[in-house]
Design a protein around this ligand. Structure first.
Ligand code: TXA
Ligand code: MG
Length: 344
């Protein structure tokens, strides 16, 4: 296993030295990457993650030329152009109609009859990473670098914890700036839709586009799946996660702890980890606390680290819910998917 500092990656790596999936840091979460024309490495990404083959990959580009080369007729609509001007490079993934340069593996078409003709593309913030993509000369497909179903990784150590020697090149860029995966957005049948809430908020997208934006981050029974990732279990630690909504959350946590202790044998006490913001205001002397921070951006940044840290030392994780505006929508999307139980 080799760990390379992001600043040196552009000198140490090139197209020839990359012949298997490798780990990249991005401003959102770490990714497991391969050039989009390397079918063997792309298949390996699915294998290493244990990812269902119908779940398509996000493509990372370093230039608008690379983007045009992958999309239908190379045409960017006025609406998408506005978003690109405002948010790229950055944590906004756009869903385009693609052309034949995007393989079936990336589209999630490899193992079934359904043929998707879209591709999700973004341009990552970090200049060193974009320089590396430009040096390789080919866009990189990269899902989050976690075992499928687990919380996404926001440090290189999180990725090593999941993949260890299954990957031989890890690029370390330090802790991720945003800490939540990119917003996935598409204009589908003329309707602007957020498919995965993220760091670029609904409020921001509505302001830029001047229209109302829908949210569709869950699949309902009988509905067509636009974003296959929504079908699968996500962000889950190995221990049970309880999400507490409503004003009585603090008392409800205490009651739940008592209930859980009563169901186990008398001599053991359930180890509770609590994930919350502003923990100075909370009096839980017997619990392991993980402070998400005092502002919403810090909460995004620390969320997956918190889930992973408490998973390692507790029997259950209790989380206080967030309001649904701005970045709170993305946090609650992850928390509802991570939770085993929601207590209203
Ligand atoms: O921030 C991110 O987006 C990170 C970093 C590494 O860039 N990547 C990431 O990829 O989160 P992944 O594979 O873990 O999540 C991608 C999500 C999945 O839910 C997938 O179903 C959806 O995007 N997706 C990919 N291609 C799509 C497409 N053509 N149409 C709709 N949804 C798509
Ligand atoms: Mg993921």
């Amino acid at each position: 296993m080799k760990i390379i500092d992001l600043k040196n990656a552009v000198n140490e790596l090139d197209r020839d030295s990359i012949n298997a999936p490798f780990v990249i840091p991005t401003e959102t979460v770490y990714g497991l990457a391969a050039p989009i024309n390397d079918d063997i490495a792309l298949r390996k990404i699915f294998e290493i993650k244990g990812r269902p083959s119908d779940n398509p990959l996000i493509v990372h580009v370093s230039t608008i030329e690379q983007l045009k080369n992958l999309i239908n007729k190379g045409l960017i609509s006025d609406q998408y152009q506005k978003l690109i001007d405002e948010y790229w490079p950055g944590p906004l993934t756009l869903v385009f109609e693609c052309n034949e340069n995007v393989s079936d593996i990336i589209r999630g078409n490899s193992n079934n009859n359904k043929k998707s003709n879209t591709v999700a593309i973004r341009m990552p913030t970090n200049q060193y990473l974009r320089d590396l993509i430009s040096k390789i000369g080919i866009p990189l497909a990269a899902p989050s670098a976690n075992t499928s179903g687990k919380p996404s990784p926001t440090t290189v150590q999180h990725v090593i914890d999941d993949f260890s020697d299954k990957v031989s090149v890890y690029i370390d860029g330090g802790p991720c700036e945003n800490g939540l995966e990119s917003t996935v957005f598409g204009i589908i049948d003329n309707i602007p839709i957020i498919l995965r809430p993220g760091p670029i908020t609904r409020e921001e997208l509505q302001k830029t586009l001047g229209v109302s934006v829908q949210i569709k981050n869950k699949v309902s029974a009988g509905e067509k799946t636009i974003c296959p990732g929504q079908k699968y279990k996500h962000y889950s630690p190995s221990v049970s996660v309880y999400l507490f909504k409503g004003e009585n959350w603090q008392q409800n946590m205490v009651d739940m702890h008592l209930r859980l202790n009563n169901t186990t044998d008398k001599n053991t006490s359930i180890r509770v980890g609590v994930l919350a913001s502003n923990i100075a205001d909370i009096e839980f002397k017997f619990y392991t606390m993980f402070d998400l921070g005092n502002n919403i951006k810090d909460c995004c940044k620390n969320l997956f680290s918190g889930l992973r840290a408490l998973d390692n030392k507790c029997d259950v994780i209790f989380i206080k819910s967030f309001d649904l505006d701005n970045e709170g929508l993305a946090i609650m999307d992850r928390l509802e998917k991570a939770s085993t139980y929601i207590i209203e």
